[in-house]
Design a protein around this ligand. Structure first.
Ligand code: F6R
Length: 605
């Protein structure tokens, strides 16, 4: 989705901002723009371009100097991708420039009023109303002009504002769309994502909803939209700039798939308690008594995180014997769900900023529920809104499609299930068994990844398919769902996941040689049932690729996955299917890291 980056200091701002925009490219965008000035300059200078950051760079003139600037990558919502619709937007007198992430719900209304008052709009965007309102404000200070404008706005925003009459400051505000300040030595940065900051500073301040900030080269201050000062202690981010590099891989997706052994090692580190065969999860803010009082668990997330939640729900039911289920947060928030005080709600999100998940958390909190967050990005909105939770410590995930965060989230759920189980009836022996299984995971993931060449060959054989069916049963079903999502996202091949148990209730009608089926076949108590499903497909001349713990006679091909404990098997079974999706997309020449129409962090509805 859209990205913001801004700088104020002594350095030449344009190259810095262009580099910042490149770091945000992974979020998905269709146009970009930049505006700069300096205390000595006469006014603001702006360049915008449809297309990539490199297209913008090519348009920036040699003499485009300044020491204050803001820049943006836009992901079209109101109005098609074009030079005019790209941000920044500037007022008619060229004095005010704004970049904006989010959606202004009452933009059409405000636009009508402004047009009736003689204001001419240059773009079709909702953002442009902000610029005109700020420019027309009669307040003396830039902060007050912005504040007055925000009072008229309904919707979500992360904004950065510059004004030709105040070249020594940038004013920013947040409501529902992330804004992070980067604190440097006699220089300040702002961005919508720490990815754009970490090359310059690891000291950050994350704004809350309803908060604004003024950045000057040697100072920043934060305050509410009502003007009350807020305290903002900078925190240090652990992620290094190098974590955002491709590290010798051709794509981020490939790099991130290969980082999984190390990432899983990180989510486990320091959390295992061998003495009591359990885990320490201090951040949950849930003591043993609270944990025992939980009567249900409800997990909320979107897309891949929702699938990780489905795996998590099963682990919680199996290990802690607490009824648990997962639901898309995007649905939950609109159905006036019954909120039960004895239910533990868990919000799952890699980015910690997905609007649907955040809105579900806010609705739950409003109704008095206890909400935990399972999140990757430290300090993100969902992490801060939740009553407690766990970080999955996967490191930055740059590819739009999620791989290592999915795996680490599943492992985080295994830790939580073990913790809840050991406050209840899970025996010491079972606790030990799960811990041993968890400890084996990094090594088994590495073994799995060593089979990449075989999976690549299989991908070449299936890349011609127009559609693919993924089936699994109980533990295997969420794995099938996630694998089917991965394949469609990166390869654009239609894929559908079904419980294997439901085959004869409908989808069997689709089976023919041209529709390959990927069957998830763990060696557990449902093995024979899964074999029977494969028989049914084979009897109708369907092709089968099995993901199993041993060669499957009924399958045309089998990817053999190392066996772990039954409860943990779904974690490993997802990994070869990430590689299958990756190599299928590669052989079809797809834009793997930035699939069409998708964005990394969905901060709008
Ligand atoms: C799929 C994918 C998306 C995200 C979803 C939620 O590969 O990445 O389905 O999982 O948009 O995002 P987060 O986890 O950031 O809340």
């Amino acid at each position: 989705m859209c990205g913001i980056v801004g700088y104020i200091g002594k350095r030449d701002v344009a190259p810095l901002l262009l580099e910042g925009l490149q770091r945000l490219e992974y979020r998905g965008y269709d146009s970009a723009g930049i505006v700069v000035t300096s205390p000595k300059a006469a006014g603001l200078k702006m360049v915008k371009a449809k297309g990539r950051v490199r297209d913008l760079e090519a348009k920036v003139p040699a003499r485009f100097k300044g020491t204050t600037g803001i820049a943006h990558t836009r992901w079209a919502t109101h109005g098609a991708p074009s030079d005019l619709n790209a941000h920044p937007h500037m007022s008619a007198d060229d004095k005010v420039a704004v970049v904006h992430n989010g959606i202004i719900d009452n933009a059409a209304d405000l636009r009508r009023k402004l047009e009736a008052d003689g204001v001419e709009f240059l773009s079709e965007t909702d953002t442009e109303v902000l610029v005109h309102l700020i420019a027309r404000s009669e307040a003396q200070k830039l902060e007050d002009k912005v504040r007055e404008t925000l009072r008229l706005i309904e919707g979500t925003y992360g904004i950065a504002v510059m004004h030709a009459d105040f070249p020594e400051r940038i004013v920013v505000a947040r409501n529902g769309s992330p804004v992070v300040l980067g604190i440097g030595e006699k220089e300040m940065f702002v961005a919508s994502d720490i990815a754009a900051l970490v090359a310059h500073t690891r000291q950050i301040v994350t704004l809350d909803d309803g908060e604004m900030a003024t950045l000057k080269a040697d100072d920043f201050r934060t305050y509410t939209t009502e003007g009350t000062r807020t305290t903002a202690e900078p925190t240090t981010v652990e992620w290094e700039a190098a974590s955002y590099d491709m590290g010798g891989h051709d794509t981020y997706m490939h790099k991130e798939i290969h980082e999984q052994a190390e990432a899983v090692d990180r989510v486990l580190r320091g959390r295992i308690d061998d003495r009591f065969s359990t885990v320490h999860l201090g951040g949950l803010n849930l003591d043993a008594r609270d944990a025992r009082a939980v009567r249900r668990v409800k997990i909320l997330g979107c897309g891949t995180s929702y699938h990780a939640g489905q795996i998590g729900a099963q682990m919680i039911e199996e290990l802690a014997r607490i009824p648990a289920d997962a639901e898309p947060a995007s649905e939950f928030r609109y159905r006036n769900a019954v909120v039960d005080p004895d239910t533990l709600y868990i919000a799952v999100s890699q980015s910690g900023e997905t609007y649907d998940v955040l809105a579900a958390v806010q609705e739950l909190k409003r109704k008095g529920a206890r909400v935990l967050g399972i999140v990757n990005v430290v300090g993100s909105a969902i992490a801060r809104e939740a009553d407690g939770g766990m970080y999955v410590h996967a490191g930055p995930e740059v590819c739009v499609v999620s791989t290592k965060c999915f795996t680490n989230t599943c492992v985080a759920f295994a830790l939580l299930a073990l913790h809840l189980g050991r406050t209840r009836d899970l025996s010491v022996r079972d606790g030990k068994r799960i811990i041993e299984g968890l400890r084996k995971l990094p090594q088994q993931i590495s073994e799995m990844l060593e089979r990449e060449e075989d999976i690549k060959k299989l991908a070449a054989q299936y890349a011609d398919a127009r559609s693919m069916l993924f089936i699994g049963r109980v533990r295997g079903y969420p794995v099938a769902r996630e694998a089917s999502l991965k394949l469609k996202e990166v390869s654009y091949i239609h894929a559908e996941a079904y419980p294997a148990s439901e085959l004869k209730h409908g989808p069997l009608a689709l089976i023919e040689p041209a529709l390959p089926t990927v069957a998830i076949v763990p060696d557990d108590d449902l093995l024979e049932k899964n074999r029977a499903a494969m028989e049914e497909i084979k009897a109708r001349s369907g092709q089968i690729l099995a993901v199993a713990h041993q060669e499957q006679e009924k399958a045309d091909h089998t990817i053999v996955v190392p066996k772990n404990e039954d409860e943990l098997d779904p974690i490993l079974m997802g990994i070869p299917l990430q590689l299958l999706a990756y190599h299928t997309a590669l052989s079809l020449g797809r834009d793997i890291d930035k699939p069409r129409n998708l964005a990394k962090s969905v901060t709008v509805e």
